[in-house]
Write a protein that binds this ligand. Structure first.
Ligand code: NAD
Ligand code: DAU
Length: 333
């Protein structure tokens, strides 16, 4: 199969491309706008692989760029999105354009060319849950501009199945972590700050719970939905473990050999979801199962950041410093 992977230069997309080239015979072309979160370096090791057909630099909301990249493909897998909740609170407009208009543009291309379409989505569309876990039947109650635009995209995808018989499926993942994650997100931010002796900013009381999923497990889950998912269906893909943020940070402190004195409780995120938890029984019924527990995956992730300074040094010395100063009201070392 020949795949167009949109957003393939980002964290989960690049891990997916690498894994899929290893574990299938697919050919892959990437379409990516290369925003702050999309980096050519994330795919550099794949240059020279004859089934990696390269990266088209363009936006998913641009019909011409999409038509060019989609020439001759059998399926579109869409990872491309604005993804950071804090940025969606500060500046929501890009979220509406990419997550909304961008998804629409891809769906129109898929309709025109008769393509299989898989949308990569998130547990955040269900909102927060105090007890138990969300199933695919749970109501959609997004809290942030990020999750609201992802919800809108999911509904649009479903409408193209119902109205136009487009062969769509949706994979909804829980919080991912692993190599190549941009350090605005909790785990890489805490690892790099701990390694540099910078303070560790915990929102509110730090007792918010996330359902951690190793990025390769999500990549295999999305591949499973692409290969075996029914058209018109949604599949939850949740991690095997849940953990409150403060415990995640304390474990990172242990793994990096730093001190709990770095912990800094800061003002809470507005509209902060308290807990996410996904039931993945439906996807497990198709034969998928998460392989990596959080304790093991976190150790691997800390080791990856320790061993790949060249990857994060250019980020930490660039625009990210400005973002950080604005978001946290302090400078990085
Ligand atoms: P990311 O921010 O690391 O990467 C996003 C990628 O999309 C980047 O390469 C960026 O350049 C690209 N992009 C952004 N706007 C674009 C546009 N208009 N046109 C083309 N490309 C564009 O994100 P991620 O964490 O890898 O998330 C990938 C997908 O998975 C997203 O759809 C996200 O909603 C979903 N998701 C993420 C998580 C998580 O924990 N990170 C969990 C579940 C689902
Ligand atoms: O649940 C899936 C979602 O996970 C994805 O759809 C999103 O794209 C992804 O960004 C992520 O959203 P979260 O908001 O859960 O992730 P984030 O890493 O931003 O935050 C995780 C938790 O840590 C959350 O409760 C907020 C808290 N946090 C985060 C940061 C960046 C802090 O306490 N301090 C911080 O500095």
């Amino acid at each position: 199969m020949k795949l167009l992977v949109c957003g393939g230069a980002g964290f989960i997309g690049s891990n997916f491309v690498r894994l899929r080239l290893e574990e299938s015979d697919d050919e892959i072309i990437v379409l990516d706008k290369l925003t702050y979160a999309g980096r050519r370096e994330n795919l550099a090791d794949l240059e020279g692989n004859s089934r990696y057909l390269g990266l088209v630099h363009g936006a998913i909301e641009d019909p011409a760029a999409v038509a060019e990249a989609a020439k001759g493909v059998d399926a579109i897998v869409n990872f491309a999105a604005e993804t950071h909740v804090d940025r969606s609170i500060a500046e929501p407009d890009a979220f509406v354009v990419t997550n909304g208009q961008g998804t629409y543009t891809l769906l129109e291309r898929a309709r025109e060319d008769g393509l299989r379409y898989v949308q990569v989505s998130t547990d955040e569309v269900y909102g927060s849950i105090e007890e138990g876990s969300f199933t695919e039947e749970s109501p959609l109650q997004p809290s942030s501009p990020y999750s609201a635009t992802k919800t809108g995209a999911d509904l649009l995808v479903e409408s193209y199945f119902h109205t136009f018989d487009l062969p769509t499926s949706i994979a909804r993942g829980s919080n991912n972590y692993g190599p190549f994650q941009y350090p605005e997100k909790l785990i890489p931010l805490m690892i790099l700050n701990a390694m540099h002796g910078d303070s560790l900013p915990i929102y509110g009381d730090g007792m918010q719970v996330r359902n951690w999923l190793f990025v390769e497990d999500f990549g295999r889950g999305i591949g499973h939905v692409l290969d075996h998912g029914k058209y018109g269906e949604v599949y939850n893909c949740g991690g095997p473990d849940e953990c409150p943020n403060i415990d995640v940070v304390k474990r990172i402190i242990e793994l990096t050999g730093t001190s709990e004195d770095l912990i800094d409780y800061v003002t809470d995120r507005p509209g902060h979801d308290r807990r996410y938890s996904l039931a993945s029984t439906k996807l497990e019924g198709l034969g998928w199962k998460a392989r990596t527990h959080f304790a093991e995956g976190l150790e691997q992730t800390v080791a990856w950041y320790r061993d790949n300074a060249a990857w994060w040094e250019s980020i930490r010395s660039g625009d990210y410093r400005e973002y950080y100063a604005k978001q946290y009201g302090r400078e990085l070392t």
